[in-house]
Design a protein around this ligand. Structure first.
Ligand code: HPA
Ligand code: ZN
Length: 326
């Protein structure tokens, strides 16, 4: 057994984290009870046993079903605070957390319920756990672009609280160009942009995210490695790639972490950091992701420090905060 205290002590930032993906089976049951909702499983254990995914869409079905228990501002607050507490215990000192407003609006949960709960938790997490955070409002790419545009306009009261907009959910068949207008509008509003690309979609999705959506980060990006010119471009621009090692294993992007191209990405000089994506579903948080990489790729402490530093440098945080962590 490796002593992982040094890994916990290493200041880390998490840049690719879906707050709804931090909902543990136990908390799902707790919130279901509080809200008088009956779940389709008889216990947290049997729910966890159902977490066996063949691909992204199999995961997304359970993921969007799971978040049905999030109804009130307190639910969003408790969800985020539970994540921040676990993240703090993992030595995560900053988190860029994303949420999917459309998944909640579609269930009749108002935008201010989400924002108020999450923003209050973000403020309290800084005071209680010394974890700073930034909020990414993500759009679901399998829904209409018109709807995303409407949500973007409706979020006007919170533009000052949003670090960036994002793009997630089912990738293949929903290419970046579908969201050209949405991202152009966000650009006009001065909102930074990130997007999932090259998770299940091919390298053309990454190129599209760069050329059409004008993103400042690529979430995942692992399939960019299939296009040598794109790799050159990503290296030359030092575009940050928020890779999620355990997520890629759990969603069968690779059979085993040993087969992951993360070492090739690092060797190619790409600006990669690692993240947990949906820690309640994909084998845990940042420390588990680092430990899995240490085991699979024989990373030494210097490599872990480099990767953690990459995350700290690219996170949406103030320079003053960054200086205290780097
Ligand atoms: N990919 C796309 N959408 C998501 C993911 C992911 O890994 N996690 C939560 N929503
Ligand atoms: Zn993701």
């Amino acid at each position: 057994i490796v002593n992982n205290n040094w890994l916990i002590g290493l200041p880390k930032a998490e840049l690719h984290l879906h707050i709804e993906g931090t909902l543990t089976p136990e908390q799902q049951f707790e919130l279901a009870k509080r809200n008088g909702i009956t779940l389709a499983y008889d216990s947290a254990q049997s729910l966890r046993a159902a977490y066996e995914f063949d691909d992204l869409s199999a995961f997304l079905a359970l993921y969007y079903q799971g978040m049905d228990v999030l109804i009130t501002q307190d639910d969003f607050y408790d969800l985020a605070m539970a994540y921040f507490e676990r993240a703090a215990a993992d030595g995560v000192r900053h988190a860029d957390i994303s949420f999917d407003p459309q998944a909640h609006l579609a269930r009749g949960v108002a935008l201010d319920t989400c924002f108020d709960g999450l923003l209050t938790a973000m403020r309290d997490a800084r005071a209680q756990f010394d974890v700073t955070s930034a909020l990414i409002m993500s759009f679901m790419r399998d829904r209409d672009a018109d709807e995303a545009l409407e949500v973007l306009e409706d979020a006007a009261p919170w533009y000052g609280e949003i670090a960036a907009i994002g793009l997630d959910s089912a990738e293949v068949g929903n290419p970046p160009e579908k969201f050209r207008e949405v991202f152009a509008r966000a650009c006009e509003l001065g909102l930074p942009r990130v997007a999932h690309a090259g998770e299940e979609g091919g390298p053309d999705y990454v190129t599209g995210a760069l050329d059409i959506l004008d993103v400042c980060r690529i979430d995942h990006g692992v399939r960019a490695m299939e296009d040598a010119d794109l790799v050159d471009r990503l290296r030359d621009s030092q575009m940050p790639l928020t890779v999620c090692p355990l997520s890629n294993v759990y969603l069968k992007g690779v059979a085993r972490l040993e087969d992951h191209n993360l070492p090739d990405m690092i060797a190619a000089g790409l600006n990669v950091n690692i993240n947990s994506d949906d820690p309640a579903y994909f084998g845990g948080g940042m420390v588990n992701n680092f430990l899995a990489c240490v085991a699979a790729f024989d990373w030494d402490q210097a490599t872990c420090r480099t990767i953690a530093g990459n995350g700290l440098r690219e996170a949406f945080m103030s320079d003053a905060r960054r200086e205290t962590l780097l």
